[in-house]
Design a protein around this ligand. Structure first.
Ligand SMILES: [Zn+2]
Length: 316
């Protein structure tokens, strides 16, 4: 039964969820890029744009999810600005009277943490991985300045606010009808990436472990070899039926594996061949990535990703 549902889900989503980089805003009545949808009963997500952050999407270019547990709401991601977090809260209030009791940041990036400044005013505790807290601490000024330049008046109220609580490996929360396991499975896209796992529902809110529909970005701090290992080990071992990725519509493991794990392996393979043949960084930028050309943000990121993988692999 579950298999049939997940196959149907995957089919529907692959039709409905075609790339949307060219649509500047799907929910003009709100600062959110799109209206939250119920992915499985009581688990909702406002799907972000599969483009870079812009004024039009108010920096809502990642997924902002929440779980209505029966005894309070848990929000996954602070969001990229104070007013964006408020817009998400406005939607939550339309859906339930239950108060928000916890906010979880998926990592230390701006679109995970800048909205913390709204949530702290609501007296909601904020949880993140200890490495994400450090990462944000080191870069917060630069991240905030970037957001202000982009969002102009939409950045109003946004301040530097890190998490109020941190954890290292795992934190289990029993709330209402849900058992929620907040996990750090290993190195991946950025320091302190976390996954929110609902074992009874077999759903993972994967954070930036998992991408599809848009090309994933590789930063200086992204550990591509570690990401592949974390994927093949503990992330696959979850055996999730449903995946809410960091970016792109809710889907299943086959889909995110194809556009995250398989892309990393492919790109590392291409760059590895080049290194074996004594190739240079300049050549690395132009390794063939055409199988992924249809993804959003390909034009912005593909050559840069290849360059960063080259620099990493030179020292492996
Ligand atoms: Zn992200």
């Amino acid at each position: 039964m579950r298999t049939i549902i997940s196959i149907l889900l995957a089919m529907t989503l692959s039709v409905a969820a075609s790339a949307s980089q060219d649509i500047p805003d799907q929910y003009p009545a709100s600062l959110l890029y799109s209206k939250p949808v119920e992915v499985i009963p009581h688990v909702w997500s406002a799907i972000g744009a599969t483009s870079p952050p812009t004024y039009e999407n108010t920096g809502h270019n990642n997924n902002l999810s929440f779980i209505v547990t029966g005894d309070g709401v848990i929000v996954v991601n602070g969001g990229g600005a104070y007013l964006l977090a408020k817009a998400l809260h406005d939607e939550i209030k339309k859906i339930t009277d239950q108060p928000v009791k916890l906010v979880i940041n998926e990592n230390g990036q701006g679109h995970a943490m800048l909205g913390n400044s709204y949530w702290i005013e609501q007296d909601v505790p904020i949880l993140a991985h200890v490495d994400a807290a450090h990462e944000f601490n080191d870069r917060a000024r630069q991240i905030l300045d970037g957001a202000k330049a982009r969002l102009k008046e939409r950045a109003a109220g946004t301040k530097i606010q890190g998490p109020t609580e941190t954890f290292e490996d795992k934190k289990v929360i029993e709330m209402g009808d849900f058992r929620i396991e907040v996990l750090h499975l290993g190195p991946a896209h950025s320091p302190g990436d976390i996954q929110v796992w609902l074992p009874e529902q077999s759903l993972v809110i994967a954070g930036d472990m998992a991408f599809h529909e848009r090309l994933l970005p590789i930063f200086d701090e992204t550990e591509t070899r570690g990401w592949v290992e974390t994927w093949e080990g503990p992330f696959e071992e979850l055996g999730a039926t449903y995946v809410i990725p960091g970016h792109g519509h809710p889907t299943n493991m086959a889909q995110v594996r194809r556009y995250t794990h398989d892309y990393l392996v492919y790109l590392r393979g291409k760059v590895g061949e080049l290194l074996e043949n004594g190739g240079s960084l300049e050549e690395a930028y132009y390794v063939d990535q055409s199988p992924y050309k249809h993804l959003d943000t390909f034009d912005e990121l593909a050559t840069r990703n290849a360059g960063r993988v080259f620099v990493q692999m030179e020292f492996e």
